[in-house]
Design a protein around this ligand. Sequence first.
Ligand code: NAD
Length: 723
Amino acid sequence: MKHWRIELDENGIALITFDMADSKVNTLGLETLDELRAIVGRVRSDDAIKGVIIASAKPDHFCAGGDVGDIRQFAGPAEPGREAETLAADLERMTRDMQIFRGLETSGKPVACAIEGAALGGGAELIMSCHYRVAADGKAVTIALPEGSLGIMPGGGGTQRLPRLVGIRDALPMLLQGVNKSAAEAREIGLVDEVVPEGDTIEHARRWIRETGDPVQPWDKKGFKTPGGGPYVQANSEALTVAAAISRKAHFGNLRAQESILSAVYEGTQVPFDVALGIEMRLFVQLVRTPQALAIMRTQFLSMREIKSGANRPDGFSKRTYRKAGVLGAGLMGAGIALVQAQAGIVTILIDRTQEAAEKGKAYAVKSLGKSVQRGRMTQDAADEILSRIVPTTDYALLEGAEIVVEAVFEDRDVKAEVTRLAEAHLGPDAIMASNTSTLPITGLASASVRPVNFIGLHFFSPVERMDLVEIIRGEATSDATLAAAFDYIAMIRKTPIVVQDSRGFYTSRTITRYLDEPCEMLVEGISPAIIENVGQMTGMPVGPLSLPDAIGLELGLHVLKQTRRDLGDAYQPSATDKVLEMMVDKHGRLGRRNGKGFYDYSADGKDKTLWPGLSELAQLTLTDAFDDKVKDDLKKRLLYRMSLEAAKCMEEGVISDPREADVGATLGFGFPKWTGGPISLIEQVGVAKFVEECDDLAERYGERFRPGEMLRSMAQNNTTFY
Ligand code: NAD
């Protein structure tokens, strides 16, 4: 066997160790499950085996769950027409796989598991199908079923075994919200049977088999009742109602998985166990075949992994590692970039105009790491070691030997040109010069460089240490070698790269801007600001469309808009945004959160806010009252479709060329709702033809900005998709 080991001791106890080959983690996919099926077959038929212990060879880790790539394969491709064809085959495979866990728990032999690390998703389902669970009393043990919060659902009996082990009330938060349990917490609710010191789990499992060794699950015993009773017991029916309400509040009904899980628990706990497994399987198969679950699985699991591991890095260039780097400008962004570099083991020369400003940038890292030490996530020694790598200075000569320099000075062409020249005077011929500009074209900035082929844009997001995305911007002269080197740098600082062409707003800023424009149109139409904010939240965006510009700063918004107007000249098309921002900033001096006045009025401490009543000046409010589902859907679509249309336009113009990057970039860069799979996946969820039709309808009713471009139209006609 490739992924599992079996060792039989003299008492007939088989220690089965999960150790997935060529992988740091154990996952349950086609191969590992095939082998497990063979093992279960042997456990059932081999009389020499008297009992079983399941353990993992991976440090701090039991099993990370189902392999999403394989699950997605079970679910079949999303194209319409293929569903019916593959359904039968899929069902058969799924049923067979479900029976592995069932086969284990009905083998007639006592099965215990030794949990020394994380048991997630399918891993948690595996431990629940054992008769006895021993967990180590360490930080590494977490038990969780995160599927529901991610948009899929457990399919290996999790929705049925969990309530039968811990009761419906305690099962719901784990299943719907993905709440984690430590070993002690799991013991408290009855999810594990024994908590012992680290390293002792196998011994205790062995003792249980020898001394007790009951080979029958509670639910297979006569007269079994779910702890706390079924769904009609008052406490449970209340728990189900509350769970539905919590889910509604968190997901606004966008995440179908939540309903499927609630149904599985509600229906499944009223029937015998094998029937219940059938109910779960039916709901699981239905769910994973929906365009929504397919999109979520693709973006959240597969594309995220592929893009992070550099799927679009040009071939043929040897991998670079970075030991020394420079950061120019120790402000908000520079300080964050210096911190992540130092954390990645890169010596960082942090330069600003004065020693004081450079030190201030380093102080940011001191504070941030200090918090980690305080919370017990890091030792002071480790923090000190990281900090020793940040060298604050005004002296460009210290850049000698740096392999990359990231410039994060003021957003001003001349200042950027000056620091580029100063830095390059000390750099070797292969060193990369990168700019973190958010708006200035890279090709223009590269003209200040003596080696424009080595010049590239690296657009980080704030706060750098928490935001996972970096947009790589290729200038006209940027070479493939430089691009590859940028990928290696981003991999080293553990961020996720997407490649975008050098154009106004690059990709993410351009797409999110539509989420800020459309509310201005709505305001001018007379839609109440409170409704606009609420609908924004209901789309699943992390911040409301009037709160976000307040946070960014309305003045900055107007500044960018005026700059664009100047740059585009006659080609500029004014929109409601011009009118709204001019009124806010120029007429009323409302600059956003920073001066306590924007679309909201903020309390002195900035903690409370209320919508500014003066917004009614913009238009006679026509939509102010409670609104029905149709109006709500219309408004939700307007917000989301504007961004999807813009993302599609970016694909059409070649600003971004891989739909995976478009979806991952929007999700990581500005929190595009996860239930959609990203702005491009949203179009595919709706169906390209239907999306085009709906946008045409919106264009008729609200304006030409909704009119789909040529590419979408021809895709709709030819029935093609982005992926
Ligand atoms: P900031 O004002 O906080 O920091 C800029 C720093 O550059 C200051 O410390 C300043 O003293 C220093 N500086 C200015 N001129 C200098 C010079 N000649 N030599 C050395 N240092 C000099 O600005 P920020 O928000 O960190 O933005 C920096 C860059 O990053 C800008 O180009 C901005 O557009 C871009 N950016 C910002 C964000 C964001 O969210 N703030 C996001 C992405 C990109």
